[in-house]
Design a protein around this ligand. Structure first.
Ligand code: ADP
Ligand code: NA
Length: 330
């Protein structure tokens, strides 16, 4: 039986992933790769839609790949590659640009948000056409499902519209993907500001747990996490967001129920909870960090692996691109 095709990607926008990316994306991908024919892309072409430093981008792209692998994305089982290594992405994106309405693209809320943040001079046409590049990513691989967060729903819906439109205009070419919104079973909050989502792009890094932080740094950040003056170790998102966040992270990382943690820590102090959590997080991230360092210390081997995976991706993508070119008369 052939497995359902799956596509997902992440930008190489920082030198380390944070624990929210690990819990919200990587753990999910790791599980899905077993049951699906998965394509995971490090979307560096998307990363250059905002200003970037070339050397830093190159480094972060390799480091992101190394983190995927170290966290359990198996480059033999999944196709893990760098977007710019497969030329068909940019080529199909161009074709899709020509069937995308200007008004339609203007309605994308991510563009509205980002263009507001970057201002008229910092907003590029590349940022505007970001969604058509993403549509190309998905359609090149005949992906049936695209596991994304709620913030990407509109882009996958545009992808569906473009695939349907292209097929109607030029003949059956693309698989129309399903929008597969990943339920945020565990949303992780900033340790210093536990009502704000933890993010790579947080202004202060004091409350961010990085995958590649040294274990002692991670432990210190957890010990300093904001809690409350109440003292009880119970899950109460509304009134005790700091403690609820620590329990959430603990529960996912230790694969234990929140209830069993509440039972274990009943009558004990926050210091004990934090110490236990720090052990669990560093116990998982320590070995991942070691593996990332091994991988990045041998860039030639990492590049060879990524080139091999890009060849595998290109074999699929080139066939789809050839079909699409042919359909439009190119
Ligand atoms: P970031 O805010 O760190 O830049 P992205 O927006 O690039 O993260 O998201 C990458 C992936 O990580 C997405 O699948 C997203 O749902 C997941 N993710 C990011 N932050 C969190 C978080 N705080 N809690 C749960 N999942 C998260
Ligand atoms: Na797989």
């Amino acid at each position: 039986m052939t497995k359902t095709r799956l596509y997902s990607g992440m930008q190489p926008s920082a030198d380390s992933l944070q624990i929210g990316n690990y819990i919200g994306a990587l753990l999910n991908w790791k599980a899905l790769q077993k049951t699906h024919d998965a394509f995971f892309s490090i979307v560096d072409l998307h990363a250059i839609t905002v200003a970037q430093d070339p050397e830093l981008l190159r480094t972060n792209t390799r480091r992101t790949a190394a983190q995927y692998i170290a966290a359990g994305i198996d480059p033999a089982e999944s196709t893990l590659y760098v977007q710019s290594h497969v030329a068909a992405h940019a080529q199909l994106a161009w074709v899709l640009n020509t069937i995308t309405g200007f008004g339609e693209a203007s309605r994308m809320t991510q563009f509205k948000d980002k263009s507001q943040r970057h201002g008229a001079d910092g907003t590029t046409v590349g940022l505007f056409t970001y969604p058509t590049l993403m549509a190309a990513d998905i359609l090149l691989y005949d992906a049936a499902i695209v596991p994304v967060g709620e913030d990407q729903r509109q882009h996958v819906e545009l992808t569906r519209d473009l695939a349907t439109r292209f097929n109607a205009r030029f003949g059956e070419t693309f698989v129309v993907p399903e929008v597969d919104i990943v339920k945020e079973t565990a949303k992780i909050y900033d340790l210093q500001n536990p009502t704000a989502k933890m993010s790579k792009s947080a202004e202060s890094h004091a409350g961010v747990i990085w995958l590649l932080d040294e274990p002692s740094v991670t432990a210190k950040k957890i010990m300093r996490a904001v809690t409350d003056a109440d003292g009880g170790i119970v899950f109460d998102r509304e009134n005790k967001p700091g403690v609820a966040n620590l329990l959430t992270i603990y529960s996912v990382m230790a694969e234990r129920t929140v209830q069993s943690l509440e039972d274990e820590y009943a009558g004990r102090g926050y210091g004990d909870l934090k110490k236990g959590l720090a052990e669990v997080v560093t116990g998982t991230f320590g070995p991942i960090r070691e593996r990332v360092l091994e991988l990045t210390n041998d860039p030639a081997e990492l590049d060879r692996l990524l080139a091999q995976n890009a060849d595998r991706a290109a074999a699929v993508a080139d066939a789809t691109l050839a079909k699409a070119y042919d359909r439009v008369g190119l």
